[in-house]
Design a protein around this ligand. Structure first.
Ligand code: MG
Length: 168
């Protein structure tokens, strides 16, 4: 699996059936926050997210948050959803993913990671060998650095679509 290619792509996390993880042998799912569970910096989870998290938990799968944002941003958000969290995760470095695996006593193959950015979320998960799922950002960011990153993501997404299309 090339390091920038996600295993799977969906529009929003709520498009994944909550039973997906349990049915595919994953024991934990690690979630990015900004633009994965809500818009950037928004303290309120997007529509259906809290219910989706609860439904995943009910299948017996662990759910946790792994964000590059600060504790100040991540802690209240994680509390709202009743989730463990790692803030300042330093993605694309994978120490946060390693920590999450250790916390639950799981191998990377038993863990799924969901995020909206290829060069942070997907890369950090692929380096570690977890199942990576890319979502579309809720809202495109405005800063030049983000715009550049989104631009660089486009060929990777095109390649993903082509790869999946060829398989079908
Ligand atoms: Mg994000």
């Amino acid at each position: 699996m090339p390091l920038l290619q996600p295993c799977r792509m969906v529009r929003h996390i709520t498009d994944l059936p909550p039973s997906f993880f349990e049915e595919n042998g994953y024991r934990a799912v690690i979630l990015d926050v900004d633009n994965t569970l809500t818009t950037h910096g928004n303290p309120v989870p997007a529509e259906g997210v809290a219910e989706w998290v609860e439904a995943v938990k009910r299948t017996g799968v662990q759910v946790a948050i792994l964000s590059n944002n600060t504790r100040k941003r991540v802690e209240p958000f994680a509390k709202k959803l009743g989730l463990d969290f790692v803030s300042m995760a330093g993605k694309p470095l994978s120490f946060g993913v390693t920590r999450a695996c250790k916390r639950y006593g799981l191998y990377p193959g038993q863990v799924a990671l969901i995020g909206d950015q290829i060069f942070t979320d997907i890369l950090s998960g692929n380096v570690k060998g977890v199942c990576t799922i890319l979502v579309e950002p809720y809202e495109l960011e405005k800063g030049w650095f983000f715009r550049l990153k989104r631009r660089l993501e486009r060929p990777v997404i095109r390649r993903f679509r082509k790869r999946k299309g060829e398989k079908q």
